[in-house]
Write a protein that binds this ligand. Structure first.
Ligand SMILES: NC(=O)c1ccc[n+]([C@@H]2O[C@H](COP(=O)([O-])OP(=O)(O)OC[C@H]3O[C@@H](n4cnc5c(N)ncnc54)[C@H](O)[C@@H]3O)[C@@H](O)[C@H]2O)c1
Length: 315
């Protein structure tokens, strides 16, 4: 199949592009950034805020599936809400419009737990009132609604997941759950980390291999099996100090301290503590494979290897 990704130079793109290439697809990876290393994919620079460029590339590539990843994440979006609006809101609209005009068969959307606001059930189901507290969450909620609109109004096959915070052995893009990865990275290279989240912070998290597999499985699911456009997916929901304990098990002697950052802590406190993903399980067979400790066992050697190879995981 012909696959086009936006925002392919980011944390998810790093692993999703190689998974798609490994499956034998022809992959066009686009991003605002200069060409990242994405072996096996064709690279094109694309700013999703430029409607004409988005239209032209969809016209030229004629993708069977578009994975729309380009976004400004939660903490970065609060520092620059105008940019978050332009990229996340207007950019998503440009993509949907181009896909409609050029009859793209399938559009995969990456939403987030940031669509939720405070005071929701634990675990939190798919269908509750959405009162996001960040511009990122507002634009993600709106993107979900745009996907539903294009599906109903124009028959565009839109599907998406609400991701928990994703953890992988690459530099994250300014999300509020980045403290989790930094515990591993700084624990290994410095013997300790001062977390910007309180010790009792509990939000849903997921290891990247599960996140990438979720996108591939959702994209491949038969349309008639999908009763929804957007699905919660869940893996584990540890407290920050439980992540620290898991890191310490694999990296003996590591010291994690806590100095909450008001902006990021307030974002984390507004999110659900756990997600109810029963609809994804029922409709397309979603199951996570990694627990917190299984992730730690897989992640620590990868981070050690990257640091030994001189990778820049500084934050
Ligand atoms: N990583 C997570 O924990 C997480 C959680 C929930 C949802 N998501 C969603 O998944 C998607 C991918 O996330 P990620 O973690 O890879 O993010 P990231 O920040 O690592 O990557 C996003 C990419 O978008 C690109 N980008 C920014 N502005 C752009 C523009 N104007 N045009 C084109 N590209 C632009 C950036 O250069 C970057 O490479 C996003 O939509 C995000 O909202 C991620």
């Amino acid at each position: 199949m012909n696959i086009l990704l936006t925002g392919a130079g980011g944390q998810i793109g790093a692993d999703l592009v190689s998974a798609l290439v490994a499956e034998g697809h022809r992959v066009v990876a686009t991003d605002l950034r200069p060409q990242p290393e994405r072996p096996g994919a064709t690279w094109k620079q694309l700013d999703v805020t430029h409607a004409g460029d988005v239209d032209a590339i969809i016209h030229d590539v004629r993708p069977d599936v578009v994975y729309h990843l380009a976004a400004i994440l939660s903490a970065s979006g609060e520092r620059n809400p105008t940019l978050a609006y332009e990229v996340n809101q207007t950019g998503t609209w440009h993509l949907l419009e181009a896909c409609r005009r050029h009859a793209v068969p399938r559009f995969i959307y990456t939403s987030s737990i940031a669509v939720y606001g405070p005071g929701l059930p634990d675990p939190c189901p798919d269908d509750v009132p959405l009162h996001p507290t960040t511009m990122y969450g507002v634009t993600k909620a709106s993107g979900e609604m745009l996907c539903e609109y294009y599906a109903k109004k124009h028959g565009l096959d839109c599907r998406g997941v609400r991701f928990p915070g994703l953890i992988s052995a690459s530099l994250p893009g300014g999300g509020s759950t980045d403290y989790a990865l930094f515990m591993y990275v700084d624990g290994i290279r410095r013997g300790g980390y001062e977390s910007f989240a309180r010790a009792d912070t509990r939000v849903p998290l997921m290891y990247m291999p599960d996140g990438v597999r979720a996108l591939l499985e959702l994209a491949a699911a038969p349309r008639e099996r999908l009763a929804r456009t957007i699905y919660n997916i869940a893996a584990f929901s540890p407290r920050a100090d439980e992540i620290a304990a898991s890191v310490a098990r694999a990296v003996p002697g590591v010291t994690i301290t806590y100095a909450p950052d008001p902006l990021r802590q307030s974002i984390l406190d507004s999110w659900p503590r756990a997600l109810d993903d029963r609809n994804a399980r029922a409709d397309w067979g979603w199951r996570p494979r990694y627990t917190l400790d299984a992730m730690t066992d897989d992640l620590v050697p990868k981070i050690r290897a990257l640091l030994a190879g001189g990778a820049n995981l500084a934050h």
